[in-house]
Each structure stands twice: as structure tokens, then as C-alpha cells.
Design a protein. Structure first.
Lengths: 429, 189, 185
């Protein structure tokens, strides 16, 4: 079935006048549609599958999107593609070895994982940390927050289209990782914060390197701010996109920068201080609208707050033990092993059997760069936990994707996923 | 793969040379960045350890356009069929680097959830050890692969083993302590 | 670690720890609730039948704005288990951690589930964020949350048989298989 196009006579005359030499005579055209008819009014929706292998760098996340043309009607994250059985492995490893397992969950801020695990074990043991251990832990966790947020800037920029941000963000992150390598021995998955303190003392000259790092990262952040914060394309891409209200965020169990971006200034470091956060001076960053732009801006400013805390750690680092002196929990100094039989036995017992934790259960939580990370630990008097459960913030942050992405465009879905900053390691464990 | 069908004699030597050169120099990684190793893989592509010097900074998201699959991270049971599907979609000649211990052998997670070594699913050419391997080690692995392709050694190994070449490289991480990190110097504005 | 007996000796009603009014309020509202203090953290052991109502009570009346986590513990092979007076310990425990932002306090609620009937009410209608948490608990332990909108596997493949985190299910450590050495250099 084909219908001739009806064009009004003045229009026809105008068009004829436009064509050169009247060569293109406006003929009524016949539409031959291969399916045999004009396209019907399309009420069907499309189901599109994003991932689990896709170019955005957020790991193996699969999102099923139901689309009506370009509008997202439903977004369902499908996870489990990185499930490693870490909680099961945690039941097979002793408490001394536990940090190696836990550190690989949120692999972007491994020290936060180690910290929460160590805090849970220390709560079960009723151990008090010496001040230097506490301040070293705080220094490391803040450096981790810096490197995590720098990577967020890199990947968020790249996902939204500012591809050169990928290179800039990694440039500063690389310096942070090198400094962490100088202290802990590894760039990632450090296994440095262990139950009882930290694994080793800070190396000589760390204050100078830390100050140099702070200065460089500050310059970098200023550069990102110049590049992106007032950039009209960036603003267009992120402002008003992926908004979530505080009530929805609280109901969905969302914590961290996403909750703070909605205007709710809840930060565990201020509200329920742990380590030495009540002794340092910093501000809690919070947003206003709860959209992607607020989350980006908030994380950028949190890097500067972390630098503030690191500077205070450099100034105020107490002297003393870097780990608890209780030989049943922490290994003796290596030199003592040559001299003392007890030291040798303690070292041997610790690294083969580990230490025993009296039966009980506890929940410890810290503010990781992604939100509240919690460790629910149940012990039974042996050297291995009965249940090691990590409450990964990314699981709940990702769940909110189902609420945030609805109503937006498909291209916004990428920006939203990127602004939620999910880490699949802690989502799937 | 086309090169094997050619008779191997002095006439085809220059042609083989050219093909091997081209294959080595125009490698496009299809990243299978899964977990922590993906962070180090991105670090390898970033400013300090620049993969772009070897023409490899363009990560092709579509496996059809890629020829090197760097399996970076732990492969879970749910992910294994996806991995195989992506590998199958890649066009010959294709190479596989198994980055990190989780991809090589299952790593520290010898439990129900992980495939104990990605070579159970795809033929692996280079195993890069580390948890995670730093950019230097990954580079060592990539350059070993390049060298093996250039000399034709890789294909010989594949013939010998029937599956991937299975080269294990050693660890090359750790900046020597006398080398200081390079600060970025800028003109003060 | 303060136990209930210490407080009872002081003349207060058993189960009402003066340190935590919320735990006391829960105990007052729901009979057969045992209040416990675990390393300075208030824990209430509630009846299985009251699980959903406790969550509703905490959200609506005690202003516990967020439920952080719902998980399950399998006590099949415990060497030694802490005895809580008044609580009938079973194989499975469902544990929920709550946080109140306006009051800046936390509380933990635990209920015991027998091994032959691991079902409990779902609190995903009270705290929407617990949807995934309960799915994961079902996937890993086989605990059925009644009233959950979509109780399917979350982490394991859909056709997986078994519940891996149970103590009698998947082994935690499989023996390492040494494959044949690859071709020499």
C-alpha cells in the first residue's frame, strides 16, 4: 500500500523554484515498504543488555535495561560475575592471614578493608591500639581515599567523554601508589594493616615524600577543577542527571558520597569517629541536588580534605610502637628471634596456627571511599572465624541503580553507573 | 591462521618476517579487566608506564576488533562462559595473556567460586605472575609476547603444546630504591 | 563484656541494659526478646515470628533510618559457642544491623532459625535496600525470606545447585591441582 505525498501548491511552487532548471520535478513519490506496510505505531520496548564485558572500566557488571526508544524504563543490575567466595575462604584462613583475603574485596581501597577487618578482630580481642599504630593507619587510609577518588576522576571523566582525564587521574594516582609502595611494599592489596597494628614502621624520610605528594596531588586536583568543574559540556552531561533524593538513598541503604551528595552530611569519620579522626581537623563534603555532578564535585573536594588530614598526620605522628606488644597477637621483632626461644616459638605459632579469638560476634564499620564498609565477624574460640561477612557499600550503591537510572536516557546510564563508583570486588565478594 | 598454511622455505622467509613484524607491532588489546589486575593494567596504559609506545593504548571494546586478550583478574564460574564467548568472537590470529595469579591458577582462592586457571577455558600464551603484577611485570609479559611473535617462537611453541604457548615470565616489580619517584614540575602560575 | 546477669544483680529487670534504651524498648514491645551486649554493641535476640515487626518498629518508632545489612551465620561446626541466657540457639542465625542517623546509634537484631526450616519474614518492604542482601543470603545459605519480591540467586549462576556458604556444602579449600609443566623456555 502506498500513498502519494500531498504537498500544497504554494509549497510545490517554492520547491520547484528552488530546484535548478526544474530538473528535480517534484513527483508524488510512491513508498514501497519492504514489510508490506508503513511502520506501525511502535509500543514495544527493547531490552538491552549492557555487559558483563563492556568498555567502561567498572569491572564485570551486567545491566539489563528496558528501553522505550531512548528512555530507560527499568534498569536491573545483574551481579555475581566476580563472585570469588571470599567469605568462604575467610573461614579457612587464620586471623593473621585474614587481611590478605579481605584486602582484595574492594581492590581500589584495600587498606580500608584491612582496617575494618582488623578493627573487628581487635574488638573481639578487646585490644587497644598504640597511638602510633592508629595514626599510621589513618595516614594510610586517607592516602587510599586519595588514590581511589583520583581513579574515580579518571574513569568518570573517561566515561563521560573527557578521555584525557584517564591519563591525568592516573598520573597523580601513580605517585600515591609509589608512596604507598615505599611504606607498605606493594602498590595494591597491601596486607599492611593487620590485627594488632600495622605490619612495619614507616620508613625514614616519609614526611618529606608525603609532603611532596600532597603538593603534587593538590596541583593535579586544581588542574582537574580547571578542566572540568566549569566545563559546559561536562556540566551538561552531569548536572541534573541521575538524581536521587535523601529518603530514597536512606531507604536503599546507600551510604558514602552518594548519600552525601543528596545534601545529607553523614560521614562516619565525624559521626562515629574511629582511629584518630576526632583529633584531626577536616570538613565533611556534601552536595545539594544528589545528581552526578554533585558526586563528582564532592569526590574532588574529598581529595583535598584527605590531603589536609595527611598533612596533619605528618605534623602530629606520635612516636612509639607501631603494633601492640602482646606477643600472642603480633609477631616479635625479627632480630629477637635469633636471641629468644619464646620469640621463636611465638613467631612460629603465629604464622602457622594464628591466634585464638574468644567466642563472640561484632560489627565494625569505617568510612571507605565508597561508603560505609562493615565487617561482621563471628568467632568460636579457634584460630579461624566462623563467619566473616563484609558489608560492601557498592552492593547497595549499585542496587540504587534501579531507582536512579529510570526515566533518564540510555547515554545517561553510563554516566550514572560511573558516578556510583561501584567496585565489583566488594559487590560480589 | 594464514601463516601456517604457507610453506616454510627461503622464498617465504621475507613474507613471514613481514607478517610477524606486522602482528607484533599492531596488537590491539581487548581487555578483560575483571578485578584488581585491571587496575594495574590500566596503570600500564596510563602516563607513567605508557602502553602507547607500543601502539597498544587503544583498547578495543569489541572483541572482533581485538587480537590480544589480557585476562586481568579472577574468573568466576558465572563469568567463564562469557570469557569463552569473547575469546571465540576474536578473530585469528589471537593471543592470550593470563595476568595475575588468579587468572593463571586460581590464585589464593582455591574454592568453589573460581575457575582454577583460565587455561582451563582458553589457550594461554603468556602467564604473568603477581598479585597483582605491577606494570613492570605486565610489560615484561607483553614484551615477551611481542618478541616471541617476532621470532616465530610463539607459533612453534603452540604447535609443540597443541594449545597455547604457555610461557611463564618472572616478576619484575619494584622500583630500585635509588630511583626516586618523578615529581611533576609545573611553572608556578 | 557485660552480661545480663550483672545487670540483674543490680536490681534491674533482666534484659534491660541501662546502656541502651532502644534495646529496652524492643524488649518491652516484643515479648521473648533477649537483650545482650556484645563488646559494647547492643544486640537483641528476637523471635522468628516477630522479625518483620521488629524491623517495622525500629524504622517507624525508633527512627532507625537505615538497615545496613542482613546476613546469615551457619553455626553447624562451631567449636565453642557463646551461651546467651534465654536464647535457644539454632544452626542458622539471621543478623541485621541497623543505624539511626538522627539518634546516631546502632543496634543489631538476631533471630535463630532451625536447620530443618530456615524461613523468616523478609524486611525488604520495610527497608528496600535489603532486597539484594536477602537474595545473597538465600543464595549462599538457602534461607528463604517470605514476602521477598524476587528471591532468586544473586551471586552464583542461576543453575547452581546448593548453597555454598553452608558449612556442609562447598569445600572452603580444594586441593591445588598441579598441571603439567608448560613447554620449557
Amino acid at each position: 500500500m502506498s500513498e502519494p505525498i500531498k504537498v500544497s501548491p504554494p509549497e510545490e511552487a517554492r520547491l520547484e523554484a528552488q530546484t535548478d532548471e526544474g530538473a528535480q520535478q517534484l513527483q508524488p513519490k510512491r513508498h514501497e515498504v519492504v514489510t508490506g506496510g508503513l511502520w506501525p505505531e511502535d509500543d514495544d520496548t527493547m531490552i538491552i543488555n549492557m555487559g558483563p564485558q563492556h568498555p567502561s572500566t567498572h569491572g564485570v557488571l551486567r545491566v539489563m535495561l528496558e528501553l522505550d526508544a531512548e528512555t530507560v524504563l527499568q534498569a536491573k543490575p545483574v551481579i555475581g560475575y566476580l563472585h570469588t567466595g571470599m567469605e568462604k575462604t575467610g573461614e579457612e584462613l587464620t586471623y593473621v592471614q585474614g587481611a590478605t583475603n579481605v584486602t582484595r574485596m574492594d581492590y581500589l581501597s584495600p587498606l580500608a578493608n584491612e582496617l575494618v577487618f582488623s578493627m573487628a578482630v581487635e574488638q573481639l580481642l578487646d585490644l587497644e591500639m598504640p597511638p602510633r599504630a592508629t595514626w599510621i593507619r589513618m595516614l594510610l587510609v586517607e592516602l587510599n581515599r586519595m588514590s581511589s577518588h583520583l581513579l574515580f576522576q579518571a574513569t568518570n571523566g573517561m566515561d563521560v567523554g573527557a578521555v584525557s582525564m584517564m591519563v591525568y587521574g592516573w598520573r597523580e594516582r601513580e605517585l600515591t601508589l609509589r608512596f604507598l609502595e615505599k611504606i607498605t611494599g606493594l602498590r595494591m592489596n597491601h596486607n599492611f594493616i593487620r590485627p594488632g597494628g600495622v605490619a612495619a614502621d614507616l620508613p625514614d624520610g616519609w614526611q618529606h615524600d608525603a609532603e611532596e605528594l600532597c603538593r603534587t596531588v593538590e596541583q593535579g586536583v586544581r588542574e582537574y577543577s580547571d578542566l572540568l568543574s566549569e566545563n559546559p559540556i561536562f556540566i551538561e552531561r552531569l548536572m541534573g542527571v541521575g538524581t536521587i533524593s535523601t529518603e530514597d538513598a536512606l531507604a536503599l541503604g546507600v551510604t558514602g558520597p552518594i548519600l552525601r551528595a543528596t545534601g545529607f552530611p553523614w560521614d562516619l569519620r565525624k559521626a562515629q569517629p574511629y582511629l584518630a579522626y576526632d583529633e584531626v581537623d577536616f570538613d565533611v563534603m556534601y552536595g545539594r541536588n544528589g545528581d552526578c555532578y554533585d558526586r563528582f564535585r564532592l569526590r574532588l573536594d574529598e581529595i583535598l580534605e584527605s590531603i589536609k588530614i595527611v598533612r596533619q598526620c605528618i605534623d602530629a605522628m606520635p612516636l612509639g610502637d607501631y603494633r601492640v606488644q602482646d606477643r600472642k597477637v603480633t609477631p616479635p621483632p625479627r632480630a629477637r628471634i635469633d636471641e629468644s626461644m619464646e620469640a621463636l616459638i611465638h613467631h612460629f605459632k603465629l604464622f602457622t596456627e594464628g591466634f585464638r579469638v574468644p567466642p563472640g560476634e561484632t560489627y565494625a564499620s569505617v568510612e571507605s571511599p565508597r561508603g560505609e564498609i562493615g565487617c561482621y565477624l563471628v568467632s568460636d574460640g579457634t584460630g579461624k572465624p566462623v563467619r566473616l561477612h563484609i558489608r560492601g557499600p557498592s552492593l547497595y550503591n549499585l542496587q540504587s541503580l534501579g531507582t536512579i537510572a529510570v526515566g533518564g536516557m540510555v547515554s545517561d546510564a553510563v554516566a550514572i553507573i560511573s558516578s556510583l563508583d561501584p567496585i565489583m570486588g566488594e559487590t560480589d565478594r | 591462521m594464514g601463516l601456517e598454511q604457507l610453506p616454510h622455505n627461503f622464498l617465504t622467509a621475507r613474507l613471514e618476517d613481514l607478517v610477524q613484524w606486522a602482528r607484533e607491532r599492531s596488537m590491539f588489546p581487548a581487555t578483560f579487566g575483571l578485578a584488581c589486575c585491571a587496575m594495574e593494567m590500566m596503570a600500564t596504559g596510563a602516563a607513567h608506564y605508557d602502553l602507547a609506545r607500543y601502539g597498544m593504548e587503544v583498547w578495543r571494546a569489541s572483541p572482533r576488533q581485538a587480537d590480544l586478550m589480557i585476562v586481568a583478574g579472577r574468573v568466576s564460574q558465572k563469568m567463564a562462559p562469557v570469557l569463552r564467548q569473547v575469546y571465540d568472537q576474536m578473530v585469528d590470529p589471537k593471543w592470550v595473556i593470563s595476568m595475575g595469579v588468579c587468572a593463571s591458577t586460581g590464585g589464593m582462592f582455591n574454592n568453589y567460586a573460581l575457575v582454577q586457571g583460565v587455561d582451563q577455558i582458553v589457550p594461554v600464551d603468556v602467564y604473568v605472575p603477581g598479585c597483582p603484577p605491577g606494570p613492570e611485570t605486565l610489560f615484561h609479559g607483553i614484551l615477551t609476547l611481542h618478541h616471541q611473535i617476532r621470532t616465530g617462537d610463539l607459533l612453534r611453541r603452540r604447535d609443540a603444546s597443541g594449545t597455547g604457548a604457555g610461557i611463564q615470565v618472572e616478576q619484575r616489580d619494584g622500583t630500585p630504591s635509588h630511583v626516586q619517584p618523578i615529581p611533576i614540575r609545573r611553572k608556578s602560575a | 563484656m557485660a552480661t545480663d546477669t550483672d545487670h540483674a544483680a543490680a536490681g534491674e529487670p533482666p534484659g534491660a541494659s541501662p546502656a541502651d534504651e532502644v534495646a529496652a524498648a524492643v524488649a518491652a514491645r516484643f515479648a521473648a526478646t533477649i537483650v545482650h551486649e556484645s563488646h559494647g554493641q547492643p544486640v537483641v535476640y528476637v523471635e522468628r515470628s516477630a522479625w518483620h515487626d521488629v524491623a517495622q518498629f525500629l524504622r517507624d518508632e525508633e527512627r532507625f533510618t537505615q538497615c545496613l545489612d542482613v546476613t546469615v551465620v551457619d553455626h553447624l561446626v562451631d567449636s565453642e559457642r557463646a551461651v546467651i541466657p534465654g536464647v535457644a540457639l539454632e544452626r542458622f542465625e539471621v543478623v541485621a544491623n541497623f543505624l539511626s542517623h538522627p539518634r546516631n546509634r546502632r543496634i543489631r537484631a538476631i533471630c535463630e532459625l532451625p536447620a530443618d526450616d530456615p524461613t523468616v519474614a523478609s524486611i525488604a518492604d520495610v527497608y528496600v535496600g535489603m532486597n539484594f542482601a536477602e537474595r545473597e543470603a538465600f543464595d549462599m545459605f538457602g534461607v528463604v525470606f517470605e514476602g521477598h519480591p524476587d528471591l532468586t540467586r544473586l551471586l552464583m549462576p542461576d543453575d547452581w545447585v546448593g548453597h555454598p556458604l553452608r558449612k556442609d556444602d562447598a569445600p572452603g579449600r580444594i586441593p591445588v591441582e598441579f598441571k603439567e609443566d608448560p613447554a620449557p623456555r
